[in-house]
Design a protein around this ligand. Structure first.
Ligand code: NAD
Ligand code: G3P
Length: 332
């Protein structure tokens, strides 16, 4: 396999940051986006001012609004659009794809409870060993600025090692695992826990509360991964604990910021408007509500986040509910 041309689907914060991060390793990078203004700006002045205003993009990044032109001759395809749009975007592709496809999005499809790797397989019909997930603690802005970042690349090890060799840079380091389910569940569920820690901080509940939510949140992530057939140990790595710590505590997180605003008394609509970018946890928590029922598992933090976001429960009351649950043994 020769990897010369990379295409990234999604010209928001993450797709643009990944294109920039990998730009030294490829002769050509195509960044597909649906918004003509953004793509024109990328092509004319090498800027994406809406999503990454501080970054000047590399010369070899070419914006494109025609998805079929964008994927036509590429050797690696990265998917970085919001999760609930992945199916709709991939369906636009008319060509047969038989190259590695890497999901960089984080979430679970609400209607089907499918992971992005499942959607890629279903829509593009490609073989399992060409499907990968890239997940881990990685704020787009820091990646685009070239600050040191380590992530998980999950999928077939043999092909994964070739991708790892091609994609590693001096500032972006990939670790491989075979557990694509664990990696995808980690990246999806941590967003919901970050909303919870944000709300706790917005309410001013302190450091103890935040640490407890992170730890019990990790337990919930592990439960969901197990239910889907993932390995618990993946959740203790970059795609689990690593990303959870980052998102639940880092000021750049949209999910955490959304939670903080809820804690401060903003409505869901006001908080979403204020953040102004995708807040994946808002959708993922809807999937988690269904997952609790489908698999008969209890996810208390996700449950109260669901009730706050969709049923008007106040964050303060959510805390009371969590603290007054039946006494429990601690355990993973
Ligand atoms: N930003 C980060 O730091 C980061 C890091 C890792 C993973 N991710 C994940 O990457 C995914 C994308 O997030 P983002 O940060 O780029 O979001 P964003 O809000 O910055 O940008 C979203 C982009 O998706 C486009 N989009 C929305 N709906 C679309 C549709 N139906 N068809 C085509 N394009 C559509 C928008 O035009 C925009 O360009 C999410 O799953 C997110 O969790 C983000
Ligand atoms: O800004 P967030 O909350 O979507 O988090 C971005 C990344 O997933 C962090 O790894």
């Amino acid at each position: 396999m020769v990897f010369e041309k990379l295409t990234v689907l999604g010209a928001g914060s993450w797709g643009t940051a990944l294109a920039q991060a990998f730009s030294k390793n490829f002769s050509q990078i195509t960044l597909w986006g649906r918004d003509e203004r953004t793509i024109n700006e990328i092509n004319s002045i090498k800027k994406n001012s809406k999503y990454l205003p501080d970054i000047t993009l590399s010369e070899n990044i070419r914006g494109c609004t025609d998805i079929n032109e964008a994927v036509k001759d590429c050797d690696i395809l990265i998917v970085a659009v919001p999760t609930q749009s992945v199916r709709e975007v991939l369906k636009k592709i008319k060509y047969d794809i038989s190259i590695p496809v890497i999901s960089a999005s984080k979430g679970i499809e609400i209607n089907t409870l499918k992971l992005i790797s499942d959607i890629i397989k279903e829509v593009l019909g490609i073989q399992d060993d060409l499907i990968f997930a890239l997940s881990g603690p990685s704020f787009a802005k820091e990646v685009a600025l070239g600050l040191p970042t380590a992530v998980t690349l999950a999928g077939n090890i043999k092909i994964g090692e070739k991708l790892q060799e091609k994609l590693n840079t001096e500032t972006f380091r990939l670790y491989i695992t075979e557990d694509i389910i664990g990696a995808e569940i980690g990246g999806a569920v941590k967003n919901v826990i970050a909303i919870a820690t944000g709300a706790s901080d917005g309410l001013g509940l302190g450091n103890n509360a935040r640490a407890s939510l992170i730890t019990r949140g990790l337990y919930e992530m592990t439960k969901v991964a197990k239910a889907f057939g993932g390995k618990p140990e993946t959740l203790y790595g970059l795609a689990g604990l690593g990303d959870l710590v980052l998102t639940a505590t880092g000021e750049l997180s949209r999910n955490r910021r959304f939670g903080i605003l809820l804690g401060k008394g903003y409505s869901v609509e006001e908080a979403l408007k204020e953040v102004g970018q995708v807040v994946e946890g808002v959708k993922t928590v809807e999937a988690l509500k269904k997952i609790q029922e489908k698999f008969g598992i209890e996810l208390p933090i996700s449950e109260v986040v669901y009730q706050v976001v969709y049923e008007g429960l106040s964050p303060k009351e959510a805390v009371r509910i969590l603290m007054s649950r039946q006494p429990k043994k601690e355990g993973f």
